[in-house]
Design a protein around this ligand. Structure first.
Ligand code: CA
Ligand code: CA
Length: 291
């Protein structure tokens, strides 16, 4: 197994980033990740206003997958996500869906033990998921806080252990990087943070040659999903639905209208988050509805 330590990170998904490691297709890789604040918030007294915003949303990596070339796809199986013993979440004026109503900044540090998060007086079973995971884009660099066709800060709570994410290879080696794990996050991530934590993310990375989805695609044992992004929810929904429709046409002998009608009857559009520089939505179809 290969381990990428958390001191090897990037703030931008960029074809010019120097790989920190090379790995053969099929390798199992452990990405040790920082939280999205890079550990700067340690107690409830530490406020977002006091931290260095140059150190936000680090992603561990990037890893160069040998033989990966533009036009291929990386298949990333999420094997496990082990979270740290503390997480942090914040409310900050003008951040998030209701940020205009937040009068003062607040930080809550959450302890995590045996799969449970202790938030105030309550206990919540954790559901660890990956916020940031992506490859280098073909064009200019994209900050790790921004999602796009290359992946990035999708904040999709279905990117969790047991799921498989497909990402486009835009440059030689793909340049995979992972960060921003959440112990818990709701669809929407309305205040701008989930329960943010450092983690160890174990993945198996395989290479699918000469086949590319033009967007992140996700599967688990029950469902297939396309993850769309956009400046508006409408645009993100259009991209997500079009991506799933294209995939369906490639799999089955529907014509466009037949696939469109099936998705209207059976596909769900779910908000991943609407607080990042681009919003993300996933289009979800149950495998049992594909004949
Ligand atoms: Ca995030
Ligand atoms: Ca986050």
């Amino acid at each position: 197994m290969i381990t990428i330590t958390k001191d090897k990170y990037i703030y931008r998904m960029d074809k010019l980033n120097k790989p920190v490691m090379e790995a053969d297709p099929g390798s199992i890789i452990c990405f040790v990740t920082n939280d999205c604040f890079q550990g700067q918030l340690k107690t409830n007294a530490d406020l977002v206003a006091d931290i260095d915003f140059g150190q936000i949303n680090p992603a561990t990596g990037p890893v160069y997958i040998k033989g990966a070339e533009p036009g291929d796809t990386l298949q990333v199986e999420i094997l496990s996500i082990d979270v740290a013993e503390t997480a942090v979440t914040v409310a900050v004026p003008n951040l998030g869906l209701l940020g205009a109503e937040v009068k003062s900044s607040q930080t809550e540090v959450i302890s995590i033990k045996n799969g449970l998060a202790y938030y105030r007086e309550q206990v919540y079973p954790i559901e660890p998921m990956i916020g940031v995971i992506g490859t280098a884009p073909l064009q200019e660099a994209v900050p790790c806080g921004t999602p796009g066709a290359h992946g990035g800060n999708m904040d999709c709570k279905d990117i969790k252990a047991g799921s498989t994410l497909y990402l486009p290879v835009n440059v030689d080696g793909g340049l995979l990087a992972i960060g921003d794990v959440h112990a818990l996050q709701g669809d929407g991530e309305i205040c701008g943070t989930g329960f943010e934590c450092a983690a160890e993310v174990l993945v198996r990375v395989s290479l699918i040659k000469n086949q590319q989805y033009n967007m992140p695609f996700l599967t688990n044992k029950d469902e297939v999903m396309a993850i769309g992004y956009g400046e508006t929810l409408r645009t993100a929904c259009e991209r997500a639905a079009a991506g799933l429709l294209d995939w369906l046409l490639s799999q089955k002998t529907y014509n466009f209208n037949q696939a469109y009608m099936l998705l209207s009857a059976k596909m769900d559009l779910r908000i991943c988050q609407l607080v990042n520089p681009q919003m993300t939505v996933r289009a979800v179809l149950s495998k049992k509805d594909i004949y």
